[in-house]
Design a protein around this ligand. Sequence first.
Ligand code: AHM
Ligand code: MG
Length: 338
Amino acid sequence: SGSEYINTDIVTLTRFLTEEQARHKEATGDFTLLCHALQFAFKQIAYYIRRATLINLTGLAGSVNETGDDQKKLDVISNDLFIAAMRSSGRVRLLVSEEEEEAIIFDHPDARYAVVCDPIDGSSNLDAGVSVGTIFGIYKLSDAATGTKEDMLKPGTELVASGFTMYGASAMLVITMKGGNVNGFTLDNALGEFILTHPNMRIPKSRAIYSVNEGNSCYWEEPVKKWVESLKDPEANGGKPYSARYIGSMVADAYRTLLYGGIFAYPADKKSPKGKLRILYECAPMAQVFENAGGQAVDSNMRRMIDVVPEHIHDRSGIFLGSYDEVQKVIDIHKKHA
Ligand code: AHM
Ligand code: MG
């Protein structure tokens, strides 16, 4: 029969979530419903990105977001799609988005979850058709939560789940739950389903690839300069220097790093003493993914990224994440130069 060539027992994200819920006897189904709303948002964003050039969605929206970045039309649309999905799930009380200055408080006072997101990360790459993605994190509100943005100022260690999508050659979804494995899904456009294609992703322990915007090297602190110099020195690396790979979309650079190993960095520097990337909806979710895949993630003070508590919802941090040994090199060089 032909079925020996065709997988007739596919694990869709829907099935995966149902099976996860069944394994947690205490689960009410709220989290599962929230994830269904999330995946619908991802599918819609993927759909519009695919069609952007055809339906006049490239270019600027003419507005500026909370930090002064020019917003792209797709930034605005994706943000709206994401908000609508979270609101209509009925399970989300608070939402922090990179595109919204203030936390959004939904009219669902009994909802027990808070969500953080960057609807389109890497949007400077959009018009060139280069991969972008959505980063997200899910927190469970404590019983004491009052439904204000202060409820969101938590370390990544409290994330119930997190992950990211990458809208590339295929739309990919990488998701992990607190203390769990990392699983990768690929969107099958014909079926309209995310299919489990990368179960239990483990990042290689080391790999000679580094990913950093080296144009900023004049602003780097001494240990960062020393570290990158050491990677480019063939003698120090068994006869061959490291390879440089930098897409400029964190999701794409992170996804490659997760699969191939290596390191991605956006250090704090003299020009941006707090770094560029946002703690709540860029650094912490990525850190949880990388730790759960067996890697490491630290900030520019060499603190475990996932322990960092932001003071404000849009706070930034330096970040180094990737293969366990590659991040360890950064930590060791910083100790030496401290
Ligand atoms: P964005 O959220 O405005 O898209 O900015 C975040 C992006 C990351 O995806 C990427 O790692 C970084 O900014 C690239 O910054 P730079 O252009 O300074 O190298
Ligand atoms: Mg971003």
